[in-house]
Structures are given as C-alpha cells and as structure tokens.
Design a protein around this ligand. Structure first.
Ligand code: BGC
Length: 376
C-alpha cells in the first residue's frame, strides 16, 4: 500500500493506523480491529480488502469492487476458525465474466424484472436484459460491478460503502445515492444496513449475494445443511424464474421449511433446485428472524434476520465448476454453496399486488440484514 493511500485512508477514518506489519495498516476501535490489504486494480482504481476482526477471531473481509464480502471466518464447535463464503484469491477472480455475483452488493434491483421493463407514471422504462429477455441483479453492469468508496465512520467499528448511480444507469430513473454499512459485532454477527435516496421515483431492491457453506467445504455441497424459514407462503415462478404473481401456501409442498429439514430432503421435487422467494411471516418493516441454517458436522449455525418482506433461498443451482482463482483451489459445482438473500419480492415493479419497491424523492430506502453465527 502506498503511503499516500495510508494517509488518505487515515484521514477518512479520523484515526491513525498503527502498522502491525509493514505495508499493512491496521487500527483497533473498541474490540474490533480493521486491516487494509491491497487486492488488485480495477481500471485506475486501487481495490483493497478491508478486514474487520472481533475479539473472538471472527473476520469479515469486504472489497471495494462490487462491495463484495470476500471472506467470512467463523469458529466451528471446536473453535476452528474457517472461511464459510465462496470467493477468490485476488481481484482477477471477481472480474471473471462468469463470476456468479460472489459476495457482491446487488442493485439497483436484486433478482429479476420480467421483460426487462416496467411502467412508472405512465412511462415505460426499458432496462438492460441479461437473463433471457429479463433483467437480473441490476442488469449488465449492476452494483456488483462498480467501484464503491469505503470509509470507516469516526469512532465506529463499521465499513461504510457509498455509490452514486447516475440517472439512466442500466435504464433506471433518477440519481440514486446508496450507502451500505457493514458492521461486525462482538457477538459474531455481521449487520448489513442499506440506505438510499433518489431525485426521481425509481424501483429499488438491494441485497447481498454472499454464498455460504457452513462446513467450510469439508462437504462440497450444502444438501445436508438443515434449514428453517420463517414463512408460510412463497411466490411461485415460471420457467424463467419470474413470479407468476400468485402467493401460495408452503403447506404440503417441498417449499415448507417451517420445521427444520435438510435441503437435500425434497430438492429433487423442485425443478432446477430451490431458487424462490419466501414471504416472511411478519408485519411490514418489522425486524424478525427469517431463516436458520445449521450444519451438523461443524456445529455452525447461521441466523438470518431482516426487516425486508422476503428472502430468496437459492441452492447454488447454476454453479458449474468453471471458475478460476477460487480460494483453496476449490471447485464450486452445483449446490457447493447457497444464498439467503433478504429482499423485496422479485419483479415487484410489474406486480402491483406485491409490496411496493418504489422510492420517491424525499423518501429514504432502508433495509437491514443480519447474519448471526453461533455453534451447537
Ligand atoms: C438468483 C438466481 C441466479 C443467481 C445468480 C440468485 O439470486 O435467485 O436465479 O441464478 O442469483 O448467481
């Protein structure tokens, strides 16, 4: 890391770094330490990995390309600290065209918008289509493929990421100012808080695309992970994974995760595997537990909490073993990892019956997601 960078970064955080190792600035705020390591170049931008570590040795790494979570190291039941998210050893991995959004921040609209279009105030907006005729995860160049500014708010043990999406980007209206705060707590939780404001009405749906395997790839598939989802209803989809508009009970279907069950138990009855949105059992805006994931071998458990109306459970169906630069040279194949993405329902801009995703000027979009780790 160049001295100029260190100084600039120190200035941003308002505190001075102590150099633990030469070239690796680090600081401690409360019980959390923060280290910054060079991770590559994106055009003429320097990409760093910002690593938060708590007093239990739990680590969260975030890079400013795509605002992606690059590492998440948590203990197993015997105290072994291991990385439980997919990722790459360098930026080259994240830049691969077939990178399936590993760890990235997703926007302006997470998941799909059917026919890559929506109407708003009597006008039709055409988006970039990148998934058949539909728009997936913000289009060709979503928030996962942009440079995010990273700062550490004074006196805080968080990373604050900001990005301004210009009016018309990927077809969306309005200049949108986005803030994402990653916080690692002393009780082994990663909190992600999203905020956004726009100068024109726009649909918005932000999420994190972290892929988890709680065994840390001792098992290279997640089928024996046990999952509970706090939901009585889900939104069925057509063959292109666009919601039909129905909201159906999970009762008597493989979508019923109200009682913990292994992901593999009924996956063969779901064409292509799980890749659906569950309607969370709660009031609008209420923060509740949305899902609990448990892996017996390691004893690791992850609770997912959110105030968003839905959660996408994606069982890694399209992972195909073709990625390079993977951590530990792992081959990520079908079901090697899974995502639990807190969100609004897919294609809401075309479904007035779904909770609205419109953000109007003068309003603030807010969304919280918490991944909390423990063992049993
Ligand atoms: C979607 C999948 C998609 C994947 C891309 C998930 O959020 O639900 O359908 O293939 O992202 O990696």
């Amino acid at each position: 890391m160049k001295i100029a960078n260190v100084l600039l970064f120190s200035f941003c955080v308002g505190v001075l770094f102590s150099c633990k190792e030469e070239g690796k600035p680090s600081l401690s705020i409360g019980s959390i330490s923060i280290e910054v390591t060079p991770f590559g170049h994106f055009g003429n931008q320097i990409i760093n990995e910002y690593i938060l570590t708590n007093q239990n040795g739990v680590q969260v790494g975030v890079i400013n390309y795509g605002g992606a979570i690059s590492r998440l190291i948590v203990p197993d039941k015997d105290g072994n600290l291991e990385d439980i998210v997919t990722g790459f050893t360098s930026l080259d991995g994240f830049l691969q065209t077939n990178n399936p959004y590993f760890g990235a921040l997703i926007g302006r609209y997470a998941n799909r918008i059917g026919n890559a279009s929506f109407s708003l105030n009597g006008r039709e907006y055409r988006l970039e289509s990148n998934d058949n005729a539909n728009s997936l995860h913000g289009g060709r160049k979503g928030f996962d493929k942009v440079y995010w500014d990273v700062t550490i708010p004074v006196g805080d043990s968080s990373l604050l990421l900001t990005y301004t999406s210009p009016d018309g980007e990927e077809g969306y209206p309005g200049n949108l100012q986005v803030e994402v705060m990653y916080t690692l707590t002393a009780s082994n939780a990663l909190k992600i808080k999203y905020k956004a404001m726009s100068d024109q009405s726009t649909p918005i749906n932000l999420t994190s695309h972290a892929y988890f395997n709680l065994s840390a790839w001792k098992e290279n598939n997640i089928l024996s992970h046990e999952l509970t989802i706090n939901s009585r209803f889900y939104t069925p989809v057509n063959q292109y994974l666009i919601p039909t508009g129905e909201i159906l009970p999970v009762d008597g279907t493989p979508m019923d995760f109200r009682q913990s069950k292994s992901i593999g138990k009924e996956i063969s009855q779901v064409e292509g595997g799980f890749d659906h949105n569950w309607v969370l059992d709660k009031e609008i805006g209420e923060l509740v537990w949305a899902a609990i994931l448990y892996e017996k071998g390691s004893g690791r458990q992850m609770e997912v909490w959110t105030d968003a109306p839905g959660i996408q459970f994606y069982s890694g169906n399209f992972l195909d073993g073709t990625l390079n630069y993977t951590k530990n040279n792992l081959t990520y194949h079908k079901h090697s990892a899974l995502c639990l993405e807190t969100q609004h329902f897919p294609d809401s801009p075309n479904h007035p019956e779904f909770p609205s995703t419109l953000l109007h000027p003068g309003q603030e979009y807010r969304h919280t997601c918490i991944y909390k780790f423990s063992t049993r």
